[in-house]
Design a protein around this ligand. Structure first.
Ligand code: ATP
Ligand code: MG
Length: 425
C-alpha cells in the first residue's frame, strides 16, 4: 500500500482505464431514455434528512442504519442522498412540475449508503434513474420495463432475469399486513432481532430480510398476491399482458417487496447470477402515494434505478467492450525549431478534423523515448517531425499498429491523407 492520505472505505476512484466504459454505457443509457421521451433533471446530492425519513420510511435498512446524516453550520439535519426518487419528487413539488402536468425524467449520479463494502456493494455508488410522474399505468409500467430490456439488448447483455410483483393498494396491503403479523406472531421464537422489531413497526420488511436462517420461514409466509384489491389485480394482469405482447420474459416473485416503504402496486427487479451475491442490477416500482405524502397533489408515479457499478461489471462479464478513447495520432518533434511547427501542425489538424484525437509529445526526449510514448498512447499513427522533414515542409507518417513503412507527407496534404488512412472522409 502506498503511503499518503487514505480513501474512505467503500468510496472508490473510477480510474481512467475504466471511466471510458462508464461514460460509454452512460451515454447509451441516457440516449435510450431520451429516445423514449425522458428528459434530464439534475438534483442536489444533499437534502433535508426529513425528506428521506418520510419517503423511504423509518423502518427500513436505509433510514435505520445506512444514511450519512450530519448537521450543517446552521444546526439543520442534512443527509447525503441514498437514492434519487425522494429528491426527484421533492424537486417536482418545489418547482411546480407536477401540477396539471406529467413528467418523464431521468437523472444520474452518486448515492451514499453506509453499508458493509464488498464486491458490488459500496458506500458511494452510482445510479441511473428514470421516473414517470403523473402516469397511472399500467402502460407506463410496461414501457419502463421494456425500455430497460432494450438497454440490455442493445448492449448485448444477457444473464438478467426479470422478477415482478404487485404490492396492491394501501387498504389491501393493510389486510395483508394483518395476515403477516398473525403468521409471524405464531413463529415468534424463530424471528431474529431485526424481524422482531419489524413485527410491530413494519412486518412487510421481514420479507426483505437477507438472514439465511429466516428464509424457510419467509418462504412459507402468506403472499400479497392473494390479498390484491380488484383494481390492483387488473393493473397487474394488464401489465403482464403488455409484457407478453412485447415479448419480455418475467417471473412473478410474490416475495419481492423491495426495501423502501413508498412502493405500491407494481414492483420489479432485474437480477443476475453472474455477479455473485450482489445480484440486483436494476430495480423499481410504482409509488402512487408518495407525492401526496410529501405535500403535493395526489400524483401516480413509477420509476426504476440501475446500479452503474453492477451494470458495468455485468457488461464486461458478458464480453462487452466500450469503444477505445485513445488518440488517433501522436505528434513527435525532434531537433531545432521542430516543436513550434509540431504544435502548429497539431492545432491545424484539430481545426481541420474536430473528431480527430491528436496528442502532442510533451517534454521532449529521444526518438526512442517519444516512440515509446506514442505506442503507449494507443494512437494509430505517429507523426514524426525532424529537422530534415521540417526543411522539406513534410512530416513522417509512421503506422504504429501495422508493419507498413513510414511515408513522408507534405504539410498541406496531411489532413487529407490522414482522413483517408483513418477512413474519416
Ligand atoms: P440490494 O438488495 O442489493 O441492497 P437495493 O434494493 O437496496 O439493492 P435499490 O435501493 O433498489 O437497491 O437501488 C437500485 C439499484 O442500485 C440496485 O438494484 C443496485 O443495482 C444498486 N445498488 C443499491 N445499493 C448499492 C450499493 N450499496 N452499492 C452498489 N450498488 C447498489
Ligand atoms: Mg440495499
Amino acid at each position: 500500500m502506498a503511503k499518503g492520505p487514505k480513501a474512505i472505505r467503500g468510496m472508490n476512484d473510477v480510474l481512467p482505464d475504466v471511466s471510458g466504459t462508464w461514460r460509454y454505457l452512460e451515454s447509451v443509457v441516457t440516449g435510450i431514455a431520451e429516445r423514449y421521451g425522458y428528459r434530464e433533471i439534475r438534483l442536489p446530492i444533499v437534502e433535508y434528512t426529513e425528506l428521506f425519513r418520510r419517503s423511504i420510511g423509518e423502518v427500513t435498512d436505509i433510514v435505520e442504519k445506512e444514511m450519512y446524516t450530519f448537521e450543517d453550520r446552521n444546526g439543520e439535519s442534512l443527509t447525503l442522498r441514498p437514492e434519487a426518487t425522494a429528491g426527484m419528487v421533492r424537486a417536482g413539488i418545489t418547482n411546480g412540475l407536477l401540477h396539471n402536468q406529467r413528467q418523464k425524467l431521468w437523472t444520474a449520479g452518486p448515492m451514499f449508503r453506509y453499508e458493509k463494502p464488498q464486491k458490488g456493494r459500496y458506500r458511494q455508488f452510482y445510479q441511473f434513474d428514470v421516473e414517470a410522474l403523473g402516469f397511472e399505468g399500467p402502460d407506463v409500467d410496461a414501457e419502463l420495463i421494456v425500455m430497460s430490456a432494450r438497454i440490455w439488448a442493445e448492449l448485448g447483455i444477457s444473464r438478467l432475469t426479470l422478477e415482478i410483483n404487485s404490492l396492491g393498494a394501501p387498504e389491501a396491503r393493510a389486510t395483508y399486513r394483518d395476515a403477516l403479523v398473525e403468521y409471524f406472531e405464531r413463529a415468534k421464537s424463530e424471528l431474529d432481532e431485526d424481524s422482531l422489531r419489524r413485527l410491530d413497526s413494519n412486518p412487510l420488511r421481514i420479507l426483505d430480510s437477507k438472514n439465511p436462517a429466516m428464509q424457510d420461514l419467509i418462504a412459507a409466509a402468506p403472499v400479497m398476491l392473494d390479498y390484491l384489491d380488484d383494481a390492483s389485480r387488473q393493473h397487474f394482469d394488464e401489465l403482464r399482458r403488455l409484457l407478453d405482447a412485447a415479448d419480455v420474459a418475467y417471473t412473478v416473485n410474490p416475495r419481492l417487496v423491495r426495501g423502501l416503504d413508498y412502493y405500491s402496486r407494481t414492483v420489479f427487479e432485474w437480477v443476475t447470477d453472474a455477479l455473485g451475491s450482489q445480484g440486483a442490477v436494476c430495480s423499481g416500482g410504482r409509488y402512487d402515494g408518495l407525492v401526496e405524502k410529501l405535500g403535493g397533489r395526489p400524483t401516480p408515479a413509477i420509476g426504476w434505478a440501475m446500479g452503474i457499478e453492477r451494470f458495468v461489471a455485468l457488461y464486461e462479464t458478458c464480453g462487452g467492450k466500450a469503444p477505445a478513447v485513445d488518440p488517433d495520432v501522436y505528434v513527435a518533434a525532434l531537433g531545432e525549431g521542430t516543436l513550434e511547427k509540431a504544435m502548429v501542425i497539431a492545432e491545424s489538424l484539430r481545426d481541420a478534423m474536430p473528431d480527430l484525437g491528436v496528442e502532442l509529445n510533451l517534454g521532449g526526449g529521444s526518438f526512442k523515448a517519444q516512440m515509446k510514448r506514442a505506442d503507449r498512447s494507443g494512437a494509430d499513427y505517429a507523426l514524426v517531425l525532424g529537422e530534415s522533414e521540417l526543411a522539406e515542409s513534410a512530416i513522417g507518417l509512421k503506422p504504429l499498429r501495422s508493419k507498413d513503412d513510414q511515408v513522408s507527407v507534405a504539410f498541406d496534404e496531411l489532413a487529407q491523407v490522414l482522413a483517408q488512412k483513418l477512413g474519416r472522409t
